[in-house]
Design a protein around this ligand. Structure first.
Ligand SMILES: NC(=O)c1ccc[n+]([C@@H]2O[C@H](COP(=O)([O-])OP(=O)(O)OC[C@H]3O[C@@H](n4cnc5c(N)ncnc54)[C@H](OP(=O)(O)O)[C@@H]3O)[C@@H](O)[C@H]2O)c1
Length: 268
């Protein structure tokens, strides 16, 4: 059944890919990010592919007021929403011992507080409309197994996001069983995420290699999760086994020196 879906971080990468995929499936969209022109292009492409309506809303997810305004515009222009995807996020390329206060605060603001604002904006709307709806939080495998040490505060932020997501899900379960809360943990996906990460060299190439998933695969998985909600999901089929190995013996796992794909030259 066609739904109305809010997606943050929809001007590029995974968010844009999800908008285009969900648009093609006939869902209406409310798309948020800071880059208005890029958002407009994604909205037009989603409608060209079959979305009945795609609205672009310039939003900085680190500002609670912006996220509440996004919610209000979605309600005023499309009569409400069924799914809210907290996808906006940003990485960092700096080891933990080198982090400044500002680095840490920014990673928490853009990757965790933004999602808290999103959940606090969306869930009351779901309750008001009869206790139905779906929050989907885009985390990372690194939030569960922090193997890329150069992502430091990003890993920590995604780990915090995993915890908050699980807590909100359990809090809602008893009273509102039809409000679903899903955590999505991608591995490496073919976007410019690595280049956009704070302190990444400007010539950082897009993620590439056999372990890197196409955006379309992750978008299709999110579409399936909307149809059949689950508590959490890894997007890469190899991630669950790696997480099991990690938690079985963290020291032994770390001693193997497993790396996270291709590391940026600046951190080798
Ligand atoms: N690509 C991967 O390998 C990978 C792996 C695991 C998890 N993830 C997660 O997937 C999500 C999407 O990442 P991606 O790969 O698509 O990265 P991306 O290509 O860099 O896109 C990031 C998106 O987030 C938006 N954004 C950043 N800061 C924002 C802010 N303050 N307010 C509003 N929007 C903001 C950007 O738009 P504007 O700049 O226009 O605001 C852009 O649309 C992130 O949460 C990321 O952590 C990605």
């Amino acid at each position: 059944m066609p739904k109305t879906v809010v997606i943050t971080g929809a001007s590029a990468g995974l968010g844009a890919g999800m908008a285009e995929h969900l648009g093609a499936k006939g869902h209406s969209l409310v798309l948020a990010a800071r880059s208005h022109d890029a958002l407009d292009r994604v909205a037009n492409e989603a409608m060209r592919r079959g979305s009945p309506r795609a609205v672009a809303v310039e939003t900085d997810v680190t500002k609670r007021g912006d996220v509440e305004r996004l919610r209000d515009i979605a309600i005023d222009t499309l009569g409400g929403f069924d799914v809210w995807i907290n996808n906006a996020g940003r990485g960092i390329t700096r080891q933990a011992l080198d982090l400044t206060d500002d680095d840490f605060d920014y990673m928490m603001a853009v990757n965790v507080k933004s999602v808290l604002y999103g959940m606090q904006a969306a869930v009351p709307h779901f309750i008001e409309r009869g206790g139905r709806g779906h929050v989907i939080n885009m985390s990372s495998f690194l939030g569960r197994v922090p193997i890329a040490t150069y992502r430091s505060a990003y890993n920590a932020a995604k780990a915090a996001l995993n915890t908050l997501t699980a807590n909100v899900r359990v809090d809602l379960q008893k009273t509102y069983p039809d409000i679903h809360v899903t955590l999505v943990m991608p591995g490496m996906v073919a976007t410019a995420f690595g280049r956009h990460a704070l302190y990444s060299p400007p010539d950082t190439p897009p993620y590439a290699g056999p372990y890197v998933q196409p955006v379309e695969d992750v978008a299709a998985l999110v579409a399936r999760v909307i149809d059949e909600p689950v508590a959490e999901v890894y997007t890469n089929p190899s991630s669950a086994a790696m997480a099991q190995r990690y938690f079985a013996d963290v020291g032994a796992f770390e001693a193997q020196g497993i790396r996270w794909g291709s590391e940026p030259a600046s951190v080798r």
